[in-house]
Design a protein around this ligand. Structure first.
Ligand SMILES: [Zn+2]
Length: 139
């Protein structure tokens, strides 16, 4: 599956690449979208593995060469670039729509329902404790 970066995603990434210490609020003012939107999108980019850290270090090998869009020397991300996603269970490429497993504020991308089931079985303990911690942190 290829998730197409839209202009909000690219604006967030490029803004953070200038200064990775910016707050979500600063970014939201800079690019004119709401702070919750910036948070949600940023979380999604983390979950997809494109953004590996809060100071964004991009794995450019995740960017597919598509539509003739290339990463230029300034490393700015552009609209329409696609992010390759691998299955979080079998690490195989996800070519179709991913099966998404959501818990706490985390999304896991799986290639098929089989992998989703296996993932849940394998990590049930960890999923439960993360979910529990997340609930407690919201209290
Ligand atoms: Zn899989």
């Amino acid at each position: 599956m290829a998730y197409k970066l839209d202009k909000i995603d690219t604006a967030i990434i490029n803004s953070l690449m200038e200064d990775g210490r910016k707050s979500f609020r600063q970014i939201s003012r800079e690019i004119n979208v709401s702070t919750p939107t910036v948070k949600t999108r940023f979380q999604k980019l983390l979950n997809m593995g494109l953004v590996k850290s809060v100071v964004p270090i991009l794995d450019t090998s995740k960017l597919k060469r598509s539509h003739g869009i290339k990463l230029e020397s300034n490393k700015k991300i552009k609209n329409g670039m696609s992010v390759k996603i691998n299955c979080d269970y079998c690490d195989g490429p996800i070519n179709d729509k991913p099966k998404i497993l959501r818990f706490a504020n985390i999304e896991r991308f799986l290639c098929c329902n089989g992998c989703k089931t296996h993932y849940k079985e394998k990590y049930q303990g960890r999923i439960d404790s993360i979910t529990e911690q997340y609930k407690n942190s919201k209290k």
